[in-house]
Design a protein around this ligand. Structure first.
Ligand code: ADP
Ligand code: MG
Length: 758
């Protein structure tokens, strides 16, 4: 019987090879092997740049044999050493074999091949000791029956080079693939005919054959396109199923009410809503009035007025008798939100008090570190429904806080909040889950919106409220222009003299123990740094690893607790300086934020706790120390803290990264534009694809091997269109069992594990 994709490997390649492929590469079935795509293709006659080799690396190089010699070894005259010199045309690499003089017959001068081994050094010469190799046969040569074990007759000019493992070199894989393809039954194509025709997709059988044995680059391109399509389609089909399932669940309709809090709030607003706020407000109002849960993502640059949109949504819920929870990423932010919402609502937030408005509710703040009495009071207000709005960190939902009738959850600064958290949240309301609004200030590239956030409807606030001032950003390169730093402190003094305030941001807190912890105190799920699986969510599109770019200096990053005293004694000695970081006791954090907001402090020296949401419109300057230690999106977020009022904002990026390095390029990019989308794109380019897409598979290792968020926007977009239509027609893909299985294999976490894209 001919093997199919589901057959065990041993049916196609024999026991021994199958064992190696299972053990070293975790490939179990014929399908696993055929989805183990070449990493690249060597072209006939192409040579590798031997100058790029590094000692200790395991490499596969393409080169030509230039010289061969056999000589007796000095200590053991009866042993012979075969030395083969290969070249890229400029440099040479020595291959050495002991007591294998017979290889002389294979390794003939002028022959081209792939050589694989660990790079070593002998007397100033780079060498591969006992390398594996694969030589290219001349056409017809193999027919004479010699050397079939090392000579390959590649029919095509493109020779696949596979992600290999120790003892399973690329040509072993190539040979296994070749053997498999020779006997493989024609592969059934699960993709519906109509989609294939509309999207000009080659059939799966030819795509799988061509990606391993492309006849031409054109052929390869088509094969890759088809296999990328399958990945994109699988992902989009799953997302479409999620959206459909979510939409099918019942939710309590919360229509607006005449004469309620929302109406009173709108009447009291000191400004007119921007067009965007009004339009999205209407969208949300309609969503909330529906009998199915809203799942909406609201994007809007820092300062675009998302909070007002959120408050209006929450008030509509309260008006209809429900409660709203607002989740912030940190306790500082949660406290600030509670404070500013109470301030905006005024007497409307003081139900039960003497000066309460006619229609009123209460705003409860619930954070983990609240004093016991305050916590009990807040818990009671949430449970008996007297608090219409409950503000807290993400822990609010995990800590079993009870609500009388939770109708809406608003997640602020959503980039700390992944798919799994969203799922947990939807599960929260039991039979009738709450409506969900997630808000992010980080612009999301379209491809990311369609994948990582593909389960949400999206709206964007594109315009800032009028009267905003631009932020001017400059790089302060202390290596080349030491004088500029003094000038930076002078600028801070000038801003303060003009009645404004400033932030100084440092990458580190400064107490050894404190730095072990994550800055985001409110989030238990975000505190370790594992890449896949639990812990830090691998796929968070904006959570940046600390950059380790070329250019970033090796010393420890500057710390709040070290920088603040130096400034206080030195260049900012005239100013009132406060300190803020995630490890301060909560009441101290509140006190410092309160003092800064009330202008009892001029300067706040802080970590990135101020990154999101901190809103003190009188702050006009920000100096970011060791700016190269931050990622692009993070810098953009940070500087959004200044220029929120009517005075122009200034952001100085202090760095000792030398000009021309990657680190400096990033800073220059941030300085050159305030277009968040442009920066998000740049950010995406610097990130590992697997990290971004990983989230689509609940933190598991990425099975998306070919699809790129950077280059494949069209594929993703088209696949989304087709998948959405097909799922609408046949949600479980009952009419397409093959397709359903393929989708499952791609996304189901219980399906066989695949290799991470390498
Ligand atoms: P975001 O959360 O999107 O960063 P906020 O909601 O905090 O922005 O709004 C930033 C500031 O702009 C706040 O001080 C808010 O009161 C103010 N604001 C919001 N909407 C408007 C508007 N339509 N006109 C003028 N000011 C506004
Ligand atoms: Mg905000």
């Amino acid at each position: 019987m001919q093997p199919t994709l589901a057959s065990p490997l041993r049916d196609a390649v024999g026991e021994k090879t199958a064992k190696a492929l299972i053990e070293k590469l975790d490939l179990h079935t014929v399908g696993d092997l055929l989805h183990h795509y070449p990493r690249r293709y060597a072209e006939r006659g192409e040579v590798s740049d031997l100058g790029a080799l590094e000692i200790g690396e395991h490499v596969t190089v393409a080169a030509k044999i230039e010289k061969i010699s056999v000589r007796p070894m000095r200590q053991k005259p009866r042993s012979k050493m075969l030395e083969v010199t290969v070249t890229d045309g400029r440099r040479q690499l020595q291959l050495t074999f002991f007591n294998q003089a017979w290889r002389e017959r294979q390794l003939t001068i002028g022959r081209w091949g792939l050589f694989s081994g660990k790079v070593g050094q002998f007397r100033d010469k780079l060498q591969l000791n006992q390398p594996d190799y694969q030589l290219l046969a001349e056409p017809g040569e193999l027919a004479e029956g010699q050397g079939a074990d090392v000579l390959a007759e590649f029919a095509n000019a493109l020779i696949p080079v596979y992600p290999a493992a120790a003892n399973v070199p690329t040509w072993t894989i190539a040979r296994a693939v070749r053997a498999t393809l020779d006997i493989l039954a024609e592969v059934d194509d699960p993709m519906p005919e109509g989609i294939r025709r509309r999207r000009h997709l080659p059939d799966l059988d030819s795509a799988l054959r061509a990606i391993h044995q492309p006849a031409s680059k054109e052929d390869l391109y088509r094969a890759r396109h088809r296999l990328k399509w399958d990945e994109a389609f699988g992902l989009q089909a799953t997302l479409a199923q999620r959206r459909l399932a979510a939409a099918a669940r019942p939710a309590t309709a919360r229509p607006p009410r005449l004469g309620g809090l929302l109406e009173a709030f709108d009447a009291a607003l000191p400004f007119a809503l921007t067009d965007g706020q009004a339009r999205i407000g209407d969208e949300i109002a309609d969503d909330l009035a529906a009998e199915h849960p809203m799942h909406r993502l609201l994007q809007g640059e820092v300062g675009s007025g998302k909070t007002v949109v959120a408050i209006r949504a929450m008030l509509q819920i309260v008006d209809s008798g429900g409660q709203a929870a607002l989740l912030a990423p940190t306790e500082v932010l949660a406290a600030q939100h509670a404070r500013s919402i109470r301030a905006m609502l005024g007497p409307m937030a003081r139900a039960g008090e003497l000066d309460a408005a006619d229609v009123s509710t209460r705003v409860a703040l619930l954070t983990g570190s609240l004093p016991a009495a305050a916590r009990r009071a807040a818990l009671a207000e949430a449970a008996d429904g007297s608090a219409g709005i409950v503000v807290g960190t993400h822990a609010l939902l995990s800590e079993g806080v009870e609500f009388a009738d939770l109708g809406l959850v608003v997640v602020d600064e959503q980039h700390r909040f992944g798919v799994e958290q969203r799922d947990a949240l939807r599960a929260k309301g039991g039979e009738t889950p709450p409506h969900v609004l997630v808000m992010t200030a980080t612009p999301i590239p379209r491809t990311v919106a369609m994948t990582v956030f593909g389960d949400l409807e999206t709206s964007a606030l594109t315009q800032l409220p009028s009267g905003r001032s631009p932020i001017a950003t400059s790089v302060v390169p202390v290596a080349e222009k030491p004088g500029w730093l003094a000038r930076a402190w002078q600028r801070v003094n000038e801003e303060v003299a003009a009645g404004h305030q400033a932030y100084i941001v440092c990458p580190r807190i400064g107490e050894a123990a404190a730095d072990e912890e994550d800055e985001l105190d409110g989030m238990n799920f975000d505190s370790d740094s594992g890449r896949a699986g639990g812990g830090r969510r691998a796929g968070d599109p904006t959570l940046e690893p600390p950059p380790e770019d070329e250019g970033t200096s090796k010393r420890p990053p500057l710390a709040v607790l070290e920088v603040a005293p130096k400034l206080a004694e030195g260049p900012l000695s005239e100013l009132r300086i406060g300190i803020l970081h995630g490890k301060l006791p909560p009441d101290e954090k509140d006190a410092v934020m309160g003092d800064f907001a009330a202008h009892r402090l001029d300067v706040l020296v802080a970590t990135t706790v101020i990154e999101v949401g901190v809103d003190v419109p009188n702050s006009t300057a920000m100096v970011i120390m060791d700016a190269d230690r931050f990622g692009v999106s993070q810098l953009h977020q940070l500087r959004g803290r200044v220029g929120r009022g009517s005075a122009a904002g200034l952001c100085l990026l202090v760095t000792d990264a030398p000009a021309g390095t990657k680190a400096r390029e990033r800073l220059d990019a941030v300085a050159s534009t305030t277009d968040g989308f442009e920066l998000a794109q740049l950010d995406l380019e610097q990130r590992r694809e697997g990290d971004v897409l990983g989230v689509a598979q609940s933190g598991r290792r990425s099975r998306l091997k070919l699809l790129s968020l950077m280059r494949d926007e069209d594929v993703i977009h088209d696949a989304r269109t087709e998948a959405t239509a097909l799922i609408a027609e046949d949600p479980e893909l009952r009419a397409y069992p093959g397709l359903a299985a393929a989708v499952d294999a791609l996304v189901d976490p219980d399906a066989a594990d695949y290799l991470e894209k390498t």
